[in-house]
Design a protein around this ligand. Structure first.
Ligand code: F58
Length: 817
């Protein structure tokens, strides 16, 4: 007997249908006959919200009235993805929705597809924040996600006729958006600029301008927890629509300038991976959402109190800083406590350091934010004073801890130079209780390298929380067939809130019949994906080939170039007759990746992949054995379709560069095998699923370091491996640029002379392991057995476990009573 523990629907199908009719009539102003799928989507979403409303109120009330400390997850990005199905699942209304919509004459999938994806994040960091609020609510922990409601999400990616990336604005709010509740009555004022004066011995900030931060609230329904947390995204509005005096002089554009400037703050998500651009606006965004959130927390937890006892703040809430983007919150809380509530420095510092914690998501030095002090001074003069004072106190404290003067100098929060800079990661480390990395290896490298001096002097601050992903969206919703099979195998669906239960599938890997069922699920998913790719992109994928995916941001360190070079090498081998095409394992390679708009080499790599696809897919000599597809505009929706259909997943970053990766977890949980380096969370995935069920290759962190130290010369590898030489020569000789040798010359030159992430050095190992991969794939039963063992042993990578780790190690709180 299968035990079903999924949440019970608060509503019958008939009630759901009535609710939709009602919303259509009074909300949309249409009859069911006139309604479009988009109307039904909006109406259905409002019905779901309606039924979640009481649980939402109750969660908020219990949070404010109870004794359980809440979590404030401060993040510049929440890449939440489409909301409707997720809310239906978590609230237990999936079936009622399907039936109700059908009874009204609509196809549920078409209705769901009418939702526009909120793409409010760049990649892993933003998606992680979305998984974490899902898990917080599912565990019943009172929590706020605090961020920005960007009007434009990450750009929509298109490819031009040459295969180059073109960025288009992503105006996701163009149509009615039923999930966000705009709460004008709880807006906050956020100020900028101006000067600091002394009045009666106290510092007073006289800002030059202010914007109105309007909260837009999203429900975060927990799965089967009966709790609904809040994602509060701030939208910047102007206090004045226009300046009437200027308008009356017929200077219409000037009249709206202040409004445009104010609203620019939440206009667009930054798509940059590291290039310093639009720094000022970026800092404005950061301060904007953090300042509004801190005021909001005081409003929520000390309602109506003009003189609240803020020494209790650390008992009410713990703030998690998702990377350095919200770190300006540390001086902001100090300012609020000292300037607005009259606390002395020591008390304010005690409250602040107890309230904040910091998660670092990178190892790339260029991704650790550093702000020119000038810029901070211009936008936030009082904060700059406070930061300098924090720096002074901190240096004093260090003198009591070490005599190593150089070390103290290295640890300065504000650098000592002509144009001083503020190191936000250092400010976060000094100003919070805990610092964590996002995988074991990453946390170790943070301690040993990036923040070494800090970990020497404050060892107890440092900890690890390995990332996780939500099984609700990434297994249950993305892969219903596998979900059903898991439930059948385990005899219960409880695994959806206790993912380590997947371990119970392990014995079934010995059962050939079960493994065949598992294989059939994968095959059906591949067929689905082929149909989806045909519909959405016009691609013709053959589901009887191996589906081999690489989806993530396009970045040199992630090494999409390694993948494409290996593929070109295979193509070259076939063309030259070294390998008979009849012996080639049929493979479909699928890339999904956006590049930062200003990232020259990454964009050139995109162009190369598209042109390799064009040449290889159309070459009759290949007899359809190799196919390359690059669906444009990779997003959460595409991930949900592609991951369950993937046989082989690529996690091939240079060791020591990928902080964790979370795609790797989603793939393992959906029964793909991974080819990967010993980097980020790959290390832990491999440990758990077993070395024999993971295709490991390439240099380790130590080997990488040793090679750098010794002097790295990529051309040596080019000369050494004829496959690599053939591949690079083919790129250089114009095979993928209609004979033009200039098109990829900068890329080729970079490979041969710089190759910063050692693609060439790992090339041979990467090609060699393909033999092993292909041999196994020719034995479907064995391949699927290993894939099933990946599923069975990946339960650890649930975001529920990650959140439990944060609760135990960092936040020291738990579910509402
Ligand atoms: C990612 N960082 C890490 N940053 O690269 C990845 O290893 C990790 O798994 C993930 O965080 C979650 O911990 C990441 O996604 C960004 O997207 C930045 C956001 C701000 C602009 C620059 C990119």
């Amino acid at each position: 007997m299968t035990e079903i523990t999924a949440p019970k629907s608060p509503v019958t199908t008939a009630e759901f249908a009535d609710g939709i009719r009602e919303q259509l009539k009074y909300g949309q102003g249409v009859t069911p006959e006139q309604a479009t799928p988009a109307d039904v989507y909006v109406a259905s979403s409002l019905v779901v919200r309606h039924y979640l409303q009481d649980a939402w109120f109750k969660t908020q009330q219990d949070m404010v009235n109870g004794k359980t400390k809440a979590v404030g997850y401060l993040s510049a990005e929440f890449l939440i993805g489409k909301q409707l199905r997720n809310a239906l699942l978590n609230a237990g209304m999936l079936d009622q929705f399907d039936e109700a919509v059908e009874s009204l004459g609509f196809d549920p999938q078409t209705v769901v597809d009418a939702e526009y994806e909120p793409a409010l994040g760049n990649g892993g960091l933003g998606r992680l924040a979305a998984c974490y609020v899902d898990s917080l609510a599912s565990l019943g922990v009172p929590a706020f996600g605090y961020g920005i409601q960007y009007r434009y999400g990450i750009f929509r990616q298109e490819f031009d006729s040459e295969g180059r990336q073109v960025e288009k604005p992503e105006y996701w709010l163009a149509n009615e958006e039923p999930w966000g509740h705009v709460d004008y009555n709880r807006s906050q004022k956020v100020s900028f600029g101006g000067t600091v004066v002394e009045e009666n011995g106290r510092k007073v900030w006289k800002p030059a301008w202010s914007v109105r931060a309007v909260p837009v609230d999203y429900m975060v329904p927990g799965y089967a927890s009966g709790r609904v947390d809040t994602l509060r995204l701030w939208s910047a509005r102007s206090y004045d629509e226009f300046d009437l005096l200027t308008f009356n002089k017929s200077e219409y554009l000037d009249a709206v300038k202040p409004k445009v400037e104010a609203e620019n703050i939440s206009k667009i998500l930054y798509p940059e991976d590291s290039t310093p651009q639009g720094k000022r606006l970026r800092l404005e965004q950061q301060y904007f959402f953090v300042a509004a959130s801190i005021q909001d927390v005081i409003r929520v937890f000390y309602p109506g109190q003009s003189n609240p006892d803020l020494t209790t703040l650390p008992d009410k809430i713990t703030f998690q800083l998702n990377d350095t983007h919200p770190v300006i919150g540390i001086p902001e809380l100090m300012r609020v406590l000292i300037d607005e509530y009259g606390y002395d420095w020591a008390t304010a510092w005690d409250i602040t350091t107890k309230t904040f914690n910091y998660t670092c998501h990178t190892l790339l030095p260029e991704a650790l934010e550093v702000w020119p002090a000038d810029l901070i001074g211009e936008l936030l003069p009082r904060h700059l004073e406070i930061i300098n004072e924090i720096n002074d106190h901190f240096l004093e404290e260090l003198k009591g801890k070490t005599r190593d003067k150089e070390k103290i100098e290295r640890m300065r929060i504000v650098t000592n130079e002509e144009n001083p800079k503020v190191r936000m990661a250092y400010l976060a480390t000094a100003g919070g209780s805990h610092v964590n990395g996002v995988a074991e290896l990453h946390s170790q490298l943070l301690k040993d390298v990036t923040l070494r001096d800090f970990s020497d002097l404050y060892p107890d601050k440092f900890t690890n929380v390995t990332n996780g992903v939500t099984p609700r969206r990434f297994i249950r919703l993305a892969n219903p067939r596998l979900s059903n099979l898991i439930t059948e195998g385990l005899g219960t669906d409880k695994w959806l809130s206790d993912l380590e239960m997947l371990k119970g599938l392990e014995p079934l890997a010995k059962d050939d019949e079960f493994v065949k069922k598992f294989a059939a699920v994968k095959q059906a998913n591949k067929e689905d994906f082929a149909a989806y790719a045909k519909r959405e992109y016009g691609f013709e994928l053959d589901p009887n080939t191996m589906f081999n995916s690489m989806i993530k941001r396009l970045h040199e360190y992630k090494r999409q170039s390694l993948k494409i070079l290996a593929l070109i090498a295979k193509y070259a081998d076939i063309k030259s007759g070294k390998v008979s095409v009849d012996d080639v394992l049929p493979r479909t390679v699928i890339f999904g990746a956006k590049s930062a708009p200003g990232y020259y080499l990454a964009k050139m790599t995109i162009q190369l992949i598209n042109n390799v696809a064009r040449v290889v897919n159309n070459d009759p000599d290949i007899k359809g054995k190799l196919h390359v597809y690059y669906p444009w505009n990779y997003n959460v929706r595409l991930a949900q379709h592609l991951i369950p259909a993937t046989d082989l997943d690529e996690q091939i970053s240079q060791a020591g560069k990928e902080a964790s990766g979370t795609g790797n977890m989603k793939f393992a949980l959906n029964g793909a095998l991974t080819v990967g380096t010993l980097d980020g969370a790959n290390v832990e995935i491999r440990e758990r699923v077993g070395a024999e069920n993971f295709f490991l290759f390439g240099m380790t962190v130590d080997e990488v370091d040793a090679l750098y130290a010794q002097g790295y010369h990529p051309a040596v590898y080019y000369e050494r491996d004829p496959r690599l030489k053939a591949a690079i020569d083919m790129v250089a000789d114009g095979t993928f640029s209609n004979g033009d040798r200039n098109t990829y010359a900068p890329l080729v030159a970079d490979w041969l002379t710089k190759d910063w992430f050692m693609t060439l050095a790992d090339f041979t190992a990467y090609c060699d392991i393909q033999g092993e991969i292909e041999a196994l794939y020719r034995d479907p039963l064995e391949w699927n057995r290993k894939a099933l063992l990946n599923v069975a042993n990946s339960g650890y990578f649930s975001s529920d476990r990650a959140i439990q780790d944060y609760l135990d190690k960092i936040w020291h709180t738990g579910p509402l009573a």
